[in-house]
Design a protein around this ligand. Structure first.
Ligand code: HEC
Ligand code: HEC
Length: 389
């Protein structure tokens, strides 16, 4: 098996013309990001290990910016931060041959005034009912463009914007997402809708494990997210023996190398008036442009902090350091691509930028009020600015 995986790398390496090591790592990482994994046992051993439970067979299936309900994941959890005792933290909708998928999902949209909300209907639950306290909610894939720059923003820079007790009284607090890492030490979470993963390596390991059922050093169990009460799933054929993981450390690191270099979205044409209104309305208090060590501004429009956006966006699920109503400020760059991919906010409920702002409450209530009070011309400039990011 180990030999097969090395062969895979060798094939990938010879298929790429002679390149600098960094570029080579990027290209191999990219091909691993695009690779379709299959369930064990498979004729091509190097590609197997998918599942037994999964939501997709490649990273790219969810991160290519397509508009499909299937690429949103169903997050499970409760207000204490626990997953469901049977189904875990994610409801996987695919099973390997002989393994029941956890459920089928139908999403229906309902009008909520001029806005809309999702109702998720779970059918064919494969392993009995969810626990009474388990809540479930949609998460759309975040974009990976420019993600390496977010990884490089110094921790001290993120912490300068934190104001957990709102000491300056502006109504916006912003909490650093302190979580306990695998080594038991406190680390700053920065990835995911709830900033629940501290590094691209941790986020990648979680994706292999939770989205595709592939084991890595950080999540060494080859049955992925099957819990103890899913024995058929735990005993299904695996892509790795007990001594190894389905994804080797070097493969994982190549995927991380690809993410680190993924180009940032192209910055739109300057819109001085819109940018000014964006600042004056208080959007930039959260949607900030932090600096890298060398002083360069990252035009992502996020402070990477957690903010409580009020009851309308509270899904009852605590994740990492984030309480159920708290979300990490999402980057706004690449707005056109996010809109093309199906909508805005964590569950695509907002069909455009104005709807997204209408959902802002809690710490962002003042900014929403300011947006509502703008003159038509200023509002148009603000929306054009955000749409152009
Ligand atoms: C089934 C769909 C799916 C698959 C497959 C998938 N992802 Fe994701 N990805 C998501 C979703 C949904 C989120 C947001 C999850 C959350 O915050 O709860 C996400 C978040 C991320 C983020 C964080 C981005 C940010 O702004 O913080 C990165 C990085 C990422 N994925 C990389 C990967 C990699 C690498 C793979 C393959 C190993 C992968 N993903 C596979 C759906 C998927
Ligand atoms: C208190 C912090 C805060 C303020 C102030 C704020 N936002 Fe946000 N914004 C957030 C958070 C957190 C989310 C994610 C909420 C979710 O997905 O449920 C978000 C989401 C968004 C989104 C959707 C992004 C996406 O990719 O889905 C847009 C657009 C947006 N904000 C624009 C604005 C504008 C314009 C303003 C000013 C009128 C503003 N925001 C003020 C914190 C803030």
């Amino acid at each position: 098996m180990v030999r097969n995986r090395l062969t895979l790398l060798a094939i990938l390496i010879v298929s790429v013309p002679a390149l600098a090591t960094e570029t080579l790592d990027f290209e191999i990482g990219k091909s691993l990001f695009n690779r379709n994994w299959v369930s064990a046992p498979a004729s091509t051993k190097a590609d197997d290990g998918l599942g037994p439970l999964s939501d997709a067979s490649s990273c790219a299936a969810c991160h290519a910016g397509e508009r499909r309900d299937e690429i949103m994941v169903i997050r499970l959890g409760n207000a204490e931060g626990n997953g469901d005792p049977v189904y875990g933290h994610q409801l996987q909708r695919r099973g390997s041959p002989g393994v029941a998928p956890e459920a089928n999902v139908e999403i229906a949209w309902h009008a909520a005034g001029a806005l809309r909300t999702a109702s998720i209907h779970l059918t064919d639950l494969g392993y009995g009912n969810l626990a009474a306290t388990t809540r479930y909610a949609l998460r759309r894939p975040l974009r990976i463009a420019g993600i390496g720059l977010l990884a490089r923003i110094p921790e001290a820079e993120i912490l300068t914007r934190a104001d957990p007790n709102d000491a300056d009284g502006d109504g916006v607090s912003g909490r650093p997402a302190w979580i306990i890492g695998n080594d038991g030490k406190r680390v700053l979470g920065r990835f995911g809708w709830r900033a629940s993963e501290p590094t691209l390596r941790a986020q990648t390991e979680r994706a292999f494990f939770q989205d595709m059922g592939l084991s890595t050093t950080g999540n060494a169990e080859s049955w992925g997210e099957c819990t103890e009460v899913q024995p058929a799933c735990r005993s299904a054929p695996q892509g790795a023996s007990h001594e190894e993981t389905e994804i080797s450390d070097s493969m994982r690191d190549l995927v991380v190398a690809f993410l680190n270099e993924a180009p940032a979205p192209r910055v739109g044409s300057p819109n001085a008036r819109g940018e000014k209104v964006f600042g004056a309305a208080g959007c930039a208090a959260c949607h900030a442009t932090p600096r890298l060590t060398e002083g360069r501004k990252v035009l992502a429009y996020t402070d990477l902090l957690l903010h409580d956006l009020g009851p309308g966006l509270n899904d009852g699920i605590k994740e990492g350091a984030a309480e159920p109503g708290e979300w990490r400020t999402p980057p706004l760059w690449g707005m056109a691509a996010s809109l093309r991919a199906g909508g805005l906010l964590h569950d695509v409920r907002a069909r455009n930028v104005e709807e997204a702002i209408e959902w802002h409450d809690g710490e962002a209530a003042k900014a929403r009020a300011k947006m509502r009070a703008l003159s038509d011309a200023d509002k148009a400039a603000l929306l054009a600015f955000v749409n152009g990011l």
